[in-house]
Ligand binder design. Structure first.
Ligand code: SF4
Length: 456
């Protein structure tokens, strides 16, 4: 409908991005900050940037997102934003009383060269940060990277700021969940619970970005990782960094600072990635995988087997964040489907390496020119049976009459993602159900009367 200008001839583009498959770094940094209890994010730049970051998160999670802004004017753009930021610390600690202020930079403050760590230190030295309160800060220039990079940078900064060095390693693990939904974080916690694995998870947006309606506004919802837990993360026996792009740097920072052993895993999305995660969890902690999880795995395998004829050989185009796309691709291949076009706007060599090993015959690309326009062109040249990605894909899906499963960030035009997980075996079951539903809806819509079946 709206994308009829897309032509099928693919030309090499060096500088131009059309309909990017990413958004800006501070959006990710803000999401990570919201996973700390009592934390007020702060955007060091203009009000316009901050409005965008907040509205992107609010429209996806359907929750109000509070944040401060340094409110740059022409003056601060020329002379620097130090006085605005120090004033902001003073105002926010006085008026809103957060436990933590998480500052991220913007294109503007990065370009003029503001050094936020120096400014934060000055605020501490000048007594503008009350006793027991914290400032955490991440550099998030949006002319490089993506929202995923911003999320990773803020997680790394959290890992550098709070965990305390300890000689004694205790019998619990750290989970760095990566950029997943609050529902996914809750599902990870449920899995830990039934395995009886003690853990610290950060960030944790469950209870924050999926807060219940109680009739009362809570400026700081009850969820989020608490400061004492962040501090004791330094004495964990092991860190599971889920998602190379989102969590590996934070795992590495924790290892360097507190000598906590760590390993990077795929986000446990699909069958094999969940298997790998659970097996390692069991190995590290000595807690066996309980029958309850084995049953959930069996149910997933059963559904895949029952519905194999609707899945086998179906071609898929997908776009989104690399930490999701990698295990998703593996899972779709495992259930007999055929990912043929894959793009992500987030740069990083690891993505192409993984795709080359998982789907060597597919079209895949990442970085600034790996955009939705390119994916639409690829689809025009080789049509697909299914499209998977965020809400921006609905225009391509409508234009090309492709069944469409919404997954990733942002999802503005549907609900449920905050409440129903996609990770773990139960999440994979839901994903297969979503895929089958849209494929079968199309079969029903296009069936002739004599082929219109009640039992499929
Ligand atoms: S100017 Fe930069 S930081 Fe601000 S909204 Fe745009 S891309 Fe994001």
């Amino acid at each position: 409908m709206l994308l009829r200008h897309t032509i099928d001839e693919v030309k090499e583009r060096k500088a131009l991005t059309i309909n990017p498959a990413k958004t800006c770094q501070p959006v990710g940094a803000m999401y990570a900050s919201l996973g700390l209890h009592g934390c007020l994010p702060h955007s060091h730049g203009s009000q316009g940037c901050c409005s965008y970051h907040r509205s992107a998160l609010t429209r996806h999670y359907k929750e109000p997102v509070m944040s401060g802004t340094s409110s740059f004017t022409e003056g601060s753009s020329v002379f620097g934003g130090q006085s605005n930021l120090i004033q902001a610390f003073n105002n926010m600690f006085t008026v809103y009383d957060p436990d933590i202020i998480a500052v991220h930079t913007t294109c503007l403050s990065e370009t003029i060269g503001d050094d936020v760590s120096q400014i934060a230190q000055k605020a501490i030295d000048d007594g503008k940060v009350p006793e027991g309160k914290y400032i955490v800060q991440a550099s998030t220039p949006s002319y490089v990277g993506s929202h995923v990079t911003g999320f990773a940078n803020m997680c790394t900064s959290i890992a550098k700021t709070f965990p305390e060095v300890s000689e004694d390693k205790l019998n619990f693990v750290n989970i760095l969940p990566g950029w997943v939904e609050p529902s996914d974080m809750k599902e990870l916690k449920r899995i830990m619970g039934i395995m009886h694995v003690p853990f610290v998870m950060f960030p944790d947006t469950s209870g924050v970005m999926d807060a219940p309606q109680t009739g009362k506004h809570n400026f700081f919802p009850k969820g989020g990782t608490k400061i004492p837990d962040l501090k004791r993360a330094g004495s964990a026996a092991y860190t599971f960094a889920l998602g190379k792009f989102c969590s590996e740097d934070a795992g590495l920072a924790l290892k360097k600072k507190c000598d906590v052993e760590f390993e990077t895993f795929d986000i446990p999305l699909g069958l094999k990635a969940t298997d790998r995660f659970l097996m390692k969890l069991s190995e590290v902690t000595g807690c066996p995988v309980p029958e309850e999880l084995e049953d959930e795995r069996g149910q997933l395998v059963d559904m895949i087997t029952d519905m194999e004829q609707y899945l086998y050989g179906k071609k898929i185009a997908m776009y989104g964040d690399p930490d999701n796309l990698i295990p998703l691709t593996e899972f779709l291949v495992d259930i007999g489907m055929k990912p043929v076009h894959i793009v992500t706007g987030t740069p990083g060599k690891y993505f192409t390496e993984k795709m080359a090993s998982l789907v060597p015959d597919a079209n895949f690309k990442n970085g600034p020119q790996a955009d939705m326009y390119l994916m639409h062109q690829w689809i025009k040249n080789e049509p697909v049976d299914l499209l998977i990605g965020n809400s921006y894909g609905k225009y391509i899906a409508k234009d090309e009459n492709i069944p469409f499963v919404r997954m990733g960030f942002p999802i503005y035009d549907r609900v449920g993602h905050s409440y129903f997980p996609l990770v773990g075996y139960r999440g994979a079951l839901r994903l297969v159900e979503k895929i089958l539903s849209v494929i079968m809806d199309k079969i029903d819509a296009e069936s002739t009367e004599e082929k219109f079946e009640l039992v499929m």
